[in-house]
Ligand binder design. Structure first.
Ligand SMILES: [Zn+2]
Length: 240
C-alpha cells in the first residue's frame, strides 16, 4: 500500500475535507508534471496487476489509477528508491557490460518485459584442490528460460550489505547470481577469504545447456591467517 499519498495522514491544520482537497490538487499537479517526463509504456516499474490497479515494482506500492501512480513517481519515496537502484546498478556495472552489447539502445525496453519467474534449479558440490588442498564450492544453476542474450552475473555480498537477515551474521557472506527473468539467488557461504585468482574463482555460461557454473575456492587457513581479516576485502588477491 502507498501510505505516502493518503489523505489526512498529516496532523494539524484545516480539517479533513480541505486537507484531502489540497491533496487532490497536489496529485493532479504531480500527475501533469509526470506526464511530461514519463512514458508509461517505457517505465520498467509500472505494472498493471490482475485486479486492474497499478503497481510500482520498484517501491512495491499499489495505486488505484495511472494518475496516482504518476504522482507517486514524483514523490520522495520513489525518487529515493530510484537513486538506490542506480547506485546498485553501478555496483553491478562491470558485469552488465556484457548485457549491454546485446540489448544496446533497447535496454529499457528489455527490462520492462522482465516478469520474475522464480528461482533456477541448482546444485552445489564441495570441492578440494588435490594439490593445494584448498576447499571450495561449485555451483551449477539451470536457466532453461533465460532471456535471449542475457548472461548470468555473479558477485559477493557481505552480511552487512544484505537486507534479508537481521541481525547480520558476520560469519557468513552471500554469493549472488542474477539472470533475468529469474529471481536473483543468494547462497549463504562462510565468510572465508575467496581466492580471487582466475583459475580459482571463475564462472562459465554454457549457452547450449543453459547452465551457469561458478567455482569458488577459499584460501587455506594458513593463507587467511596471513592475509588479515577473513571475509570480504581481506588482504591479497585481485579484488574488484
Ligand atoms: Zn515507486
Amino acid at each position: 500500500m502507498d501510505y505516502q499519498n493518503r489523505a489526512g495522514s498529516k496532523f494539524g491544520g484545516g480539517g479533513v475535507a480541505s486537507q484531502s482537497a489540497s491533496n487532490a490538487d497536489r496529485r493532479e499537479r504531480l500527475r501533469k508534471l509526470a506526464l511530461e517526463t514519463i512514458d508509461l509504456d517505457k517505465d520498467p516499474y509500472f505494472f498493471k496487476n490482475h485486479v486492474g490497479s497499478f503497481e510500482c515494482r520498484l517501491c512495491l506500492t499499489v495505486h488505484q489509477n495511472d494518475g496516482s501512480y504518476l504522482a507517486h513517481t514524483q514523490g520522495r519515496k520513489h525518487q529515493t528508491n530510484l537513486a538506490r537502484r542506480a547506485a546498485k546498478d553501478a555496483a553491478f556495472g562491470k558485469a552488465r557490460e556484457g548485457d549491454a552489447q546485446f540489448t544496446g539502445a533497447n535496454a529499457v525496453q528489455v527490462r520492462k518485459n522482465t516478469v520474475k519467474i522464480g528461482r533456477p534449479g541448482y546444485k552445489i558440490t564441495k570441492t578440494k584442490d588435490p594439490l593445494t588442498r584448498q576447499q571450495g564450492l561449485t555451483f551449477q544453476l539451470q536457466y532453461p528460460e533465460i532471456s535471449p542474450g542475457v548472461v548470468p552475473r555473479v558477485r559477493f555480498m557481505s552480511a552487512y550489505e544484505q537486507k534479508i537477515e537481521d541481525p547480520p551474521d558476520k560469519a557468513f557472506q552471500y554469493l549472488l547470481v542474477a539472470a533475468e527473468p529469474y529471481e536473483t539467488c543468494g547462497f549463504k557461504v562462510q565468510a572465508r577469504d575467496v581466492d580471487r585468482r582466475e583459475e580459482k574463482f571463475w564462472s562459465w555460461w554454457d549457452v547450449d545447456s543453459r547452465e551457469f557454473w561458478v567455482q569458488v575456492t577459499f584460501k587455506t587457513d594458513r593463507e587467511e591467517r596471513y592475509s588479515g581479516v577473513p571475509g570480504l576485502g581481506g588482504g591479497g588477491g585481485r579484488g574488484r
